[in-house]
Write a protein of this length. Structure first.
Length: 368
């Protein structure tokens, strides 16, 4: 399978730079029937069925972007993966200026020592007190990030001076409970307390999982043969109570509706390892492409994803390549807003979906 199979033309003006207000007023492309239906996220209680279970990611985005100095050189750092204690893998610009034992200063009492560079181009840092050279404890690292860090907005959301005060809340879901993500699980951004009350009244449940989304989610795929791509790993957790609710929902005939690709990935990673959904806590580098056999999720709510991205490959695997091409063409023609602050779509797993008669793939395979 080629990377070019997942390309489409994206006009820059459709990339959302601000979220919908209120959040649940974002548009929702309902792909669960034919033809597609243009709805709002606030319509979810009437789209889903009593007994269905939403599974959302409760990770909390940390202020993971730092600006520092090594001597006279300015260095920008985005945290990528926590390695325990005060140690993080990061993406640094310019990375070539980060040599082992260099110290990058972010504030008077907050700095990091370079421990080396990884094969993937990332950099290993340990956070220290620059006055004593002592390694910081967890609370001191969190305090340093809170004081000197900013929200790690995706590169396609331009801000002249990092994230704004509004982004601090806008780029965090209402489910956020466990610190550790350096990118938001963006499908969850659409939910509000009022919407959750209406879903509960419609007998649609909610359970949570954790997947600490890494900055690797924004890295481009650079190989033409998709099978040669290597995913960065992320840590995830399925609580025992969530596993029990998922299995009970399935037994009662309800559907599992993943809120975002991150929730889907940790659930499917568990099934790939154990054959069922159970309590689970581990690193995962699961890479889902067309041909993958899903075992945990029946429906997926997600935003619209970048061309040639691993997330576009995932939704193509879930709903089918041609339905995704058709949906993205519909969204572009219909003025939907794309990416993290954009609109959403709701889809069924391809083997549960009624394919329209005469559906064929376009000659080029492109969305447009």
């Amino acid at each position: 399978m080629k990377l070019s199979d997942f390309d489409y033309h994206l006009p820059p003006e459709v990339i959302a730079s601000e979220p919908a207000r209120p959040r649940d007023s974002a548009r929702l492309l309902d792909m669960t029937g034919q033809p597609f239906c243009d709805r709002l996220v606030s319509d979810l209680p009437s789209i889903l069925a009593p007994g269905d279970l939403l599974v959302a990611n409760d990770t909390e985005v940390i202020p993971a972007r730092l600006s520092g100095r090594r001597g006279e050189a300015g260095i920008s750092v985005t945290l990528h993966k926590h390695e325990g204690g005060a140690r993080w893998r990061v993406f640094a610009k310019p990375a070539r200026k980060c040599r082992p034992d260099d110290v990058i200063h972010f504030g008077e009492d907050f700095a990091a020592r370079v421990e080396g560079r990884g094969a993937g181009g990332d950099v290993g840092l340990v956070f220290i007190n620059p006055q004593s050279d002592a390694e910081l404890d967890k609370a001191s690292v969190q305090a340093g990030l809170a004081a000197h860090g900013s929200m790690p907005l995706p590169p396609y959301i331009p801000r002249p001076d990092n994230a704004t005060e509004a982004d601090v809340s806008d780029y965090q879901t209402m489910f956020a409970a466990h610190r550790g993500a350096v990118a938001a699980p963006t499908a969850g951004l659409h939910f509000t307390p009022g919407l959750m009350q209406r879903l509960e009244a419609a007998d649609i449940g909610l359970a949570t999982v954790t997947l600490h989304v890494g900055a690797g989610t924004f890295l481009p795929v650079t190989v033409e043969n998709v099978a040669d791509h290597h995913m960065h790993s992320e840590w995830g957790h399925i609580p025992a109570a969530t596993a029990a609710r998922i299995n009970a929902t399935r037994s009662a005939g309800g559907r599992i509706v993943a809120v975002g690709t991150t929730s889907l990935r940790i659930l499917e990673a568990c099934v790939a390892v154990h054959g069922d959904v159970r309590e689970y806590a581990d690193e995962t580098d699961i890479f889902i492409t067309p041909g993958f056999r899903f075992g945990a999720v029946d429906m997926l709510m997600t935003n619209f994803h970048l061309p040639k991205s691993t997330l576009l490959m995932l939704v193509s695997a879930f709903a089918g390549m041609q339905p995704i091409r058709d949906a993205y063409a519909h969204a572009l023609d219909g003025g939907y807003r794309f990416f993290s602050y954009g609109d959403a779509c709701l889809m069924q797993r391809a083997d549960d979906r009624q394919e329209p008669a005469g559906s064929t793939q376009s000659e080029t395979g492109d969305v447009r």
